[in-house]
Design a protein. Structure first.
Length: 340
């Protein structure tokens, strides 16, 4: 009935008919171009899946106000060949429009906030530079430091929101270079050493020196590592440990793992924590986060053609090791080329 409604074709027009033989307007109503329909038919003839993604969000070309979620699953015969397709269509126009409106509002607010926050940060820097040292006292030094750190944190949050919006809309350009990942991680851990000392948390660097060079956006992956380290230190109690490891997971992928001895992640939050503004209730942290850091991590890693996930260490008894293990994979050759 849904297909009849959006194509204006009768049940008789649709039954016992090859998908690729539908009128071009009907194919467009279903979110397919003639070329895409021919690709499905070509895969059928070859008896294998070659070119068809499992699920896509498609704006209907001849009706731009309509957005469809399209899930395509092959039907395999006993011989191991594809003998048909199951195509599930869902009208997500309303959800898509709400998401677009939310992104527009967020983007506008973020842009409006960035300029005044940048101005505050610049003003604090000027005061620190021009105020004679003999005019400063401990109270003034602390006030300037708090203002600088607070403005820097808010500016970082704004940049994260902007980057998430760009990646959601497909407008994020990665600046890919060949990077020594081991050196990148080691240098970053040195920057976190004072924070670890302050929190009385041991930071262990178990990254080997013989990792192959990796093609990546150094700025984005540095922020991924920074967010994961910041989270690990934030939730690990005094006397605990944060360990960073990396290895060649396969000939094509390198794996980076950050584990801690904090409270761990409940099973029901393993996926949710990568969604925007998600916080786990009841967990003690040294300071409250924004709920955006892990969303950025997921989107940045996936933009590189990798993936990220979390596991929890658990065991029986009060002395059993606990904590979280965040792992992400990156392709050594770099992000996939954008589709034309």
């Amino acid at each position: 009935e849904f297909v009849q409604k959006i194509t204006s074709l009768s049940r008789e027009d649709l039954l016992n008919r090859r998908f690729s033989s539908l009128p071009e307007d009907a194919l467009l109503d279903l979110g397919y171009t003639v070329h895409e329909a021919e690709i499905l038919l070509q895969d059928l003839r070859q008896g294998q899946v070659v070119n068809s993604p499992k699920s896509t969000i498609k704006t209907v070309e001849n009706k731009p106000e309509r957005v469809l979620e399209r899930t395509t699953s092959p039907v395999w015969g006993q011989s191991g060949r594809v003998i048909g397709w199951i195509i599930v269509l869902r009208d997500v126009t309303e959800e898509y429009q709400l998401a677009q409106a939310r992104e527009l509002i967020t983007g506008t607010l973020v842009h409006d906030l960035r300029s005044p926050v940048s101005a505050v940060l610049s003003a604090v820097d000027v005061i620190e530079d021009v105020l004679p040292r003999d005019r400063k006292d401990d109270v003034m030094d602390q006030a300037l430091r708090v203002a600088h750190n607070g403005a820097t944190r808010v500016l970082g949050l704004i940049e994260t929101l902007l980057d998430i919006a760009r990646m959601q809309s497909g407008r994020m350009d990665l600046q890919v270079t060949t990077v020594d990942l081991g050196t990148l991680i080691t240098n970053l851990l040195l920057e976190f050493a004072p924070q670890g000392h302050e929190y009385k948390v041991i930071i262990c660097n178990e990254v080997p020196t013989d990792l192959p060079p990796v093609c990546l956006d150094q700025s984005k992956i540095t922020r991924v590592l920074t967010n994961l380290m910041d989270n690990a230190l934030k939730f690990t109690p005094a006397g605990g440990q944060v360990t960073v490891t990396a290895l060649l997971a396969s000939p094509d992928f390198v794996s980076v793992q950050i584990s801690d001895t904090g409270p761990g992640i409940p099973d029901e939050y393993r996926e949710k924590i990568f969604e925007q503004f998600t916080q786990i209730p009841g967990q003690h942290a040294r300071r409250r986060g924004s709920g955006l850091g892990l969303t950025f991590c997921r989107m940045a890693v996936e933009a590189h053609g990798g993936r990220i996930w979390v596991e929890s260490k658990s065991g029986a008894g009060s002395s059993a090791a606990k904590g979280s293990i965040f792992t992400f994979l990156l392709p050594i050759a770099g992000p996939p080329l954008p589709q034309p």
